[in-house]
Write a new protein. Structure first.
Lengths: 113, 895
């Protein structure tokens, strides 16, 4: 494995999936590709953990899934955000912002000394 | 919730996931090929990226079901498959569990119905029975916990503690509803009865306080729902109809709500009558308002925030005052100082009565508990057996389990798998048990003693409480029988068991030995119990009632108009019937459980009062001859004695040998005088004119002091005893014909049966205990023999090689036999050593049900131990002989 790529931080995969699906519904493979593109190949997503995450989010009611025709003409399972999924995304974004803000603050304090 | 729903659509979810993953793989492979990778390389990359398709699938499945639920489903499937492969093992295990669970469930159903279930009324938990604790000094009518009616009226004024107080008395009346009159169970109740219990009418109205004001003023009845359905066909216009109760016209005012069947599970009334009409009941007459006549049970409903103890303490001042006042009232004022002191020591006792009041319950609860505990023990034996089977199977599966462990299964996981096995078996057993239970309950109900007229309220039906009980018991059974094998599997050292060759694993042998020892101990206890009960039954049957019961029938006549004259006429006809050898009338029937008892005052050389109640009865001349009871000295009554006093009759008394022994020290009592009662003013004007042999009165168990009065002076009975010629059937038919001819409006005679049959009925409880404990003992014996045999066969298989070597080195067949048998003997001896102290400790529980035999009777214990040891040894001998027949060459080549 190329070592220049970081493993994705724990707990953030769900948030990223929700974010990607908030733009438009997508199937699993599409989400995997988008994750690669968006993160400029810096973040490494283990494709094996994508599907358990999708199913977990579906069980929680944040995603709904439908079998639809994909761009290749074959049927694929498309995931879309539900209303409670949108709410969850806002919550997660908010807490992420607060977390990174706090980490930033700690770093700044460290440089002042 | 969603996860549980997922369980039911697992198949679809799996299919979906497969398609989804397949789509991903195909797309990725295509993309990689397009970017220039050769196909095999592309496929390898995809698999690597995903980290194993199986792994992904597993992880996704975890999101569908909670982990343990999913595992459990798989475990159950696996168990079911493995059970299907070994049907004989499965059948044995399920059947033994089903027997255990079925028997326990059946007994639980009875225990629940008789003892645990609260009445179907409002807030039964606040009902209390109010009862006299001490010397009541009253004439007692009826059974258990009775007090006088005026006390109930007094208590109704205690509004500080009670929402209300009501009284009731079980009775039977002759009811005619237009057809043939019939003796029917009824309950006399005070006006507040229904409203305090919160029972509503299904039709018309129920009683109110107005129905209970002035004695004799309220000729109304309320019917029970079942009686209305059965007797009146559920007719809507039943309200307002007239019925005859003991030949008095009364009006039906309502029908009680369905499901309400009085407050005594042992005697279900068909109709309710206000206590104000108690004078209809023969015997009680005008004693209803007498303070020294106790005939009602009194129950109260405690106020919401009053505790039982508060009420009990709070009521004592009033009660003490009432006692003081009572001593100044006529009857008691003449009692001796000692008796008055005892009377004044009485207190009022309150006991919780959410299940109502039932003499039947008081009587039957001890035997039922004993049987219930026995079935629980039986179930425990079955559990041990199944656990033993599992252990044996577990050692056969040792390699499979070791392999699974080596492949990474956790020990807990394997333990759970084994537990799933036993839980599945237990539920199969439980299901079968529930199917069997109602039949067992029906058989048990037939065994239980019943009240003479009223039916008891016991049913052989499956209800939620019973199902819940079975579910819990099956669960517990599953865990109990699976725990040992599961723990065993978890504790194995992996390396050592993989290194061992198949068939040499020792498979929890010491655990199985301990279990067989326990089984033997339990079984011995059960066999001893059944021995005691059987000997009690046969002892009682052998002893008999003290008179010749062959060719003897008895019956009770009730409801004859102008009864004394008619009964005399009937008696004449019976006497002249060709079927009759001899006949007599008595006041109280024999062997029905009840007796008429009272202290007597004796005047011989000095005047004294008997130190305990004497059993009394009033009989016609020829009674002793009819029964075949010998007159030891003096003479029988004659017609002259039966005449009223003002027509030249004399007061005479016949006593029995026990009476003479206790009060005359064996001297002749002839010529001495006795009087009824213990008060100083009792007239001792009855002369003892004869002594008879002892006979049983209430039950076969007892031979008490007895005294007989001639019928016709103060006492009239209507119980006939007839010694007949020919067959019992023809005699019964002849009696029926005579009664019908004498008065067609009279209800059919009650309890028309032979004395042999009556004895059988009076021994119902004893027979039930003997039969059931024997059945349980045999079952337990079979279970533990199977267990012992299993262990011994296992041992022999294990040691075949060793035995072969021993034989090759010159051991004799005898010493080999002994080698194996010794093992069994140790278990049997240990089991016996555990059982005997338990028998000694448990003896007190059953002592009251035994007759003429101690719970530690050495003969019974010796016989039971012999039975157990000999059968157990024969069970062990089969595998032992196999061991001694081993061919050394075969044994060494074995495996």
């Amino acid at each position: 494995m190329p070592s220049s790529r970081f493993p994705i931080p724990q707990g953030t995969l769900d948030m990223l999936i929700l974010q990607i699906l908030s733009l438009e519904p997508a199937h699993g493979y599409g989400i995997a590709q988008r994750l690669e593109q968006i993160s400029n190949s810096v973040v490494q997503v283990n494709q094996g953990s994508l599907y358990p995450a999708l199913h977990r989010l579906e069980q929680k009611g944040w995603l709904k899934a439908d079998w639809k025709q994909s761009e290749t003409g074959r049927e694929a399972k498309f995931y879309a955000l539900t209303r409670s999924g949108q709410k969850q995304l806002r919550v997660e974004k908010d807490s992420w912002a607060r977390l990174t803000g706090a980490v930033q603050l700690i770093f700044e304090e460290g440089t002042e000394q | 919730m969603k996860r549980i729903l997922n369980w039911f659509r697992l198949r679809r979810l799996e299919d979906d996931l497969d398609r989804e993953l397949q789509y991903h793989i195909d797309r990725r492979v295509t993309d990689l090929i397009q970017s220039g990778l050769p196909e095999p390389e592309a496929r390898r990359r995809v698999a690597l990226e995903l980290g194993g398709v199986t792994q992904v699938r597993e992880e996704v499945r975890d999101t569908w079901l909670t982990r343990w639920l999913r595992d459990f489903v798989y475990d159950l499937r696996f168990s079911a498959r493995s059970f299907r492969r070994s049907p004989s093992f499965t059948a044995t295990a399920v059947l033994s569990l089903a027997l255990g669970i079925g028997a326990t469930t059946a007994l639980y159903s009875l225990v629940d119905q008789v003892m645990l279930r609260a009445l179907p009324v409002d807030h039964p938990e606040r009902l209390v029975l109010i009862d006299w604790n001490g010397e009541q000094r009253a004439e007692i009518y009826g059974s258990d916990n009775v007090m006088s009616y005026p006390i109930c009226q007094d208590l109704q004024q205690q509004k500080e503690f009670f929402d209300g107080v009501f009284c009731r008395a079980a009775t039977s009346v002759i009811l005619s509803t237009g057809e043939e009159p019939r003796v029917t169970a009824a309950e006399l109740v005070s006006g507040a009865y229904f409203s305090l219990l919160g029972v509503r009418p299904a039709l018309g109205r129920l009683f109110s306080n107005d129905d209970d004001q002035t004695p004799g003023s309220s000729p109304v009845v309320v019917l029970s729902y079942d009686f209305w359905k059965n007797q009146f066909g559920g007719a809507e216009d039943v309200v307002g109809r007239k019925v005859l109760v003991n030949r008095n016209p009364m009006t039906v005012v309502g029908v009680a709500a369905p499901g309400f069947r009085g407050i005594d599970v042992g005697e279900i009334p068909s109709l309710w009558i206000p206590t104000a009409m108690a004078s209809l009941v023969p015997g009680l007459n005008d004693a209803m308002l007498d303070r020294r006549t106790a005939w009602v049970q009194i129950l109260g409903r405690l106020k919401q925030n009053v505790s039982l103890t508060q009420a009990q303490t709070g009521l004592q001042p009033w009660f003490k005052a009432m006692l003081e006042e009572d001593t100044r009232r006529t009857n008691l004022s003449k009692a001796s100082a000692e008796r008055r002191r005892q009377f004044l020591l009485s207190t009022l006792r309150l006991t919780p009565a959410p299940q109502g009041h039932s003499p039947f319950r008081n009587y039957i609860s001890r035997p039922l508990w004993v049987l219930f505990v026995t079935t629980a023990v039986l179930l425990a034996l079955a559990c041990l057996n199944v656990a033993g089977l599992f252990l044996a199977r577990g050692s056969a599966r040792q390699r499979e389990l070791s392999t699974r462990l080596a492949l990474g299964a956790s020990r807990g996981r394997i333990g759970r798998q084994l537990l799933a096995d036993s839980v599945l078996l237990a539920f199969a057993g439980g299901l079968l048990g529930v199917v069997m239970a109602p039949f067992a309950v029906r058989a048990l109900i037939a065994f239980l003693p019943s009240a003479p007229i009223a039916a008891n309220g016991l049913e052989a039906s499956v209800d939620t409480r019973m199902l819940l009980f079975t579910f819990l018991v099956s669960m517990a059974t599953g865990f109990l029988s699976g725990a040992a094998p599961a723990l065993q599997a978890c504790n194995k050292s992996l390396a050592s068991s993989l290194r061992k060759r198949a068939g040499t694993a020792m498979g929890g042998l010491s655990l199985r030995r301990a279990m067989v020892t326990t089984q033997i101990a339990f079984t011995l206890i059960l066999i001893i119990a059944s021995g005691l009960y059987v000997r009690t039954l046969f002892g009682l049957l052998a002893k008999g009632p003290g008179f010749d019961t062959s060719s003897l029938i008895s019956f009770t006549v009730r409801g004859a108009q102008d009864s004394n004259r008619l009964i005399r006429q009937i008696h004449e006809e019976i006497r002249s019937s060709p079927n009759t050898q001899s006949s007599a009338l008595v006041q109280v029937p024999l062997l029905f459980g009840g007796v008429w008892g009272n202290p007597l005052t004796i005047q011989s050389t000095e005047r004294f009062v008997t130190d305990r109640d004497v059993q009394l009865n009033a009989v016609t001349p020829g009674f002793f001859a009819t029964l075949g009871t010998r007159i030891v000295s003096g003479r029988d009554f004659d017609e002259h004695d039966s005449r009223p006093l003002n027509e030249g009759g004399r007061r005479v008394v016949i006593v029995n040998e026990a009476f003479v022994k206790r009060y005359f020290g064996g001297r002749s009592p002839l010529g001495a005088h006795v009087g009824m009662g213990s008060r100083p003013d009792v007239k001792t004007d009855g002369e003892i004119i004869g002594v008879v042999e002892d006979i049983s009165y209430g039950s076969i168990r007892e031979r008490w002091e007895q005294a007989y009065f001639p019928q016709g002076q103060n006492y009239f009975g209507s119980v006939f005893y007839v010694r007949f010629r020919g067959t019992a059937e023809s005699a019964v038919a002849a009696m029926r014909a005579i009664l019908r001819n004498a008065d067609p409006t009279m209800p059919a005679p009650l309890f028309l049966r032979t004395l042999d049959e009556q004895i059988d009925r009076s021994l119902n409880t004893e027979r039930m205990l003997a039969a059931l404990s024997t059945a349980f003992g045999i079952l337990a014996l079979v279970l533990s023999l199977v267990g012992l045999y299993g262990v011994m066969s296992f041992v022999v298989t294990q040691r075949t090689r060793e035995i072969g070597i021993r034989l090759a080195l010159g051991a004799t067949r005898h010493s080999t036999l002994w080698l194996i048998l010794r093992d069994a003997l140790v278990m049997i001896a240990a089991g016996t050593a555990i059982a005997l102290p338990c028998v000694w400790a448990l003896g007190r529980l059953v002592e009251s049900q035994l007759y003429d035999i101690k719970p530690t009777d050495p003969l019974t214990i010796l016989a039971a131990t012999l039975v157990l040891c000999s059968t157990a040894l024969s069970a062990a001998l089969i595998p032992a002989r196999r061991a001694s027949a081993v061919n050394p060459t075969d044994a060494l080549r074995f495996e």
